[in-house]
Design a protein around this ligand. Structure first.
Ligand code: COA
Length: 161
């Protein structure tokens, strides 16, 4: 069974992430969406909340598992017995950082292959920070995050729309 891992912060998950998740799940038998918890990073949503939002958004996808992890991605990948990491690239500006991460992960675990998927042209401008900025200021996040999590995102910023 071919399993791939799609890691990220998902703070919160956006339709850009969902697009990569659905397209990459078609390339494998099982996709693990790995939600990172870096103690040096300040998240708006807790790890539990980020996992919950993804589970809500992906509730009809039996071959997709959502799992939180702390520590190194290379260790999580090894624990899961997986070799392939999928990452999305929105623009050239993503490349340098992702290239460095892919090489570091390869150094830590030579079995890992990182595959890059080009983001859907409709979402190249999208980021979790942009969604949070809009929600915090009462902007419309319709079409930017899955409809089923929209209220929960607004709720976080006390903007029930
Ligand atoms: N659509 C929309 N937005 C996208 C996107 C897409 N297809 N792809 C990326 N993004 C955005 C995210 O929303 C996020 O936006 P933000 O900065 O506004 O929050 C940004 O791009 C970064 O995304 P992400 O892929 O989640 O990267 P990250 O830098 O937060 O990394 C991990 C998350 C978990 C992959 C990373 O921290 C990690 O590997 N941690 C483990 C520690 C480790 O092993 N480090 C490497 C060795 S030192």
């Amino acid at each position: 069974m071919k399993t791939c891992i799609y890691p990220g912060s998902f703070d919160p998950v956006t339709n850009g992430h969902i697009d990569i998740i659905h397209r990459s799940s078609m390339l494998c038998d099982k996709l693990i969406v790995a939600v990172g918890n870096n103690i040096n990073k300040k998240y708006s949503f807790s790890l539990e909340e980020r996992v919950e939002l993804l589970n809500i958004a992906l509730k009809d996808c039996p071959y997709i598992e959502v799992a939180g992890f702390s520590g190194l991605l290379a260790d999580f990948v090894r624990e899961k017995g997986v070799r392939i990491i999928i990452k999305g690239l929105r623009a050239v500006s993503d490349f340098e950082y992702e290239f460095q991460m892919a090489l570091l992960n390869k150094k830590l675990n030579p079995n890992i292959e990182t595959l890059f998927m080009m983001s859907n042209v409709n979402y190249t401008y999208l980021s979790s920070s942009a969604v949070k900025e809009l929600a915090r200021n009462g902007g419309d996040i319709g079409g930017l995050v899955p409809d089923c999590i929209k209220d929960k995102v607004y709720e976080k910023f006390r903007m029930g729309i």
